[in-house]
Design a protein around this ligand. Structure first.
Ligand code: ATP
Length: 229
């Protein structure tokens, strides 16, 4: 089922965030949206989730509107700043999330998906940044989504957590669109990459094609410089 942007533009008041963006997210593929800070990645994810409406162009999610896909529980999302209730335990949060869906997963399954068994009874405000990210991921997976949007999902995770995280994402065989400014992450985990620079798509292709495209030197230089984390 089609998930795509067709000639989409978006502005925040006078700030032009996206200009005439078009791309497709093929079913079953893991697609990276690669761009430096401010390139427009979060705006694209917000539009995909129906949180914002394009000024022009068409956003299609699983063959229909973003709002229809989201309200039917077909989409899971892990955003950069998803607020979690500080006073609740990890178990409580996951249990609440799974109860929102008909085709829900078990609590045990969600704890495994997030690698959260050891902190299941801990309060959310006592988690590390990476653990909180994993709770957000498990919440995103609670309703067995057909399509996953991940906005900078591994930012607070250490190397091992990142590896585990991507294993869980890949194990599910979902269609995934993830925003990242890490070239190595796109390289390693994406089937295809869309490079966004200052609100425009400047390249699309497999990770190898993107790395080999010398015209992208400027756009990729900023990203490579950010990779020494
Ligand atoms: N609420 C807002 N009001 C005004 N301008 C905004 C707002 N949100 C984003 N922008 C601007 O829109 C452009 C795209 O921002 P966006 O957050 O989509 O980029 P990004 O690629 O996700 O960046 P980052 O990697 O830093 O998260 C930037 O120029 C940004 O400053």
């Amino acid at each position: 089922m089609e998930t795509s942007f067709e000639g989409v533009s978006y502005s925040y008041g006078r700030v032009r965030a996206l200009t005439d963006i078009s791309f497709r997210v093929p079913s079953g593929q893991c697609v990276a949206l690669l761009g430096a800070n401010g390139a427009g990645k979060s705006t694209i994810v917000d539009l995909m989730l129906g949180l914002r409406r394009p000024r022009s162009g068409t956003v299609t999610v699983l063959g229909g509107t973003a709002v229809a896909a989201v309200t039917r529980g077909r989409v899971g999302a892990m955003l950069q700043t998803g607020g979690l209730p500080a006073d609740a335990t990890v178990r409580d949060v996951l249990d609440l999330a799974r109860r929102l869906y008909g085709k829900r997963r078990s609590l045990k399954e969600l704890l495994t998906i997030g690698g959260l068994q050891d902190v299941a009874r801990r309060k959310v405000d006592a988690l590390s940044g990476g653990q909180a990210q994993r709770v957000r991921f498990a919440v995103a997976m609670a309703g067995r989504p057909e399509l996953l949007f991940l906005d900078e999902p591994t930012v607070a995770m250490d190397f091992r957590a990142r590896r585990q995280f991507w294993q869980s994402v890949k194990a599910d065989g979902n269609t995934v669109l993830f925003a990242t400014h890490y070239l190595d992450e796109a390289d390693e985990y994406a089937d295809s990459v869309i490079v966004v620079d200052r609100g425009r798509v400047v390249a699309e292709g497999t990770p190898a094609e993107i790395r080999g495209d010398s015209r992208l030197e400027d756009a990729l230089f900023a990203l490579t410089a950010e990779e020494d984390r």
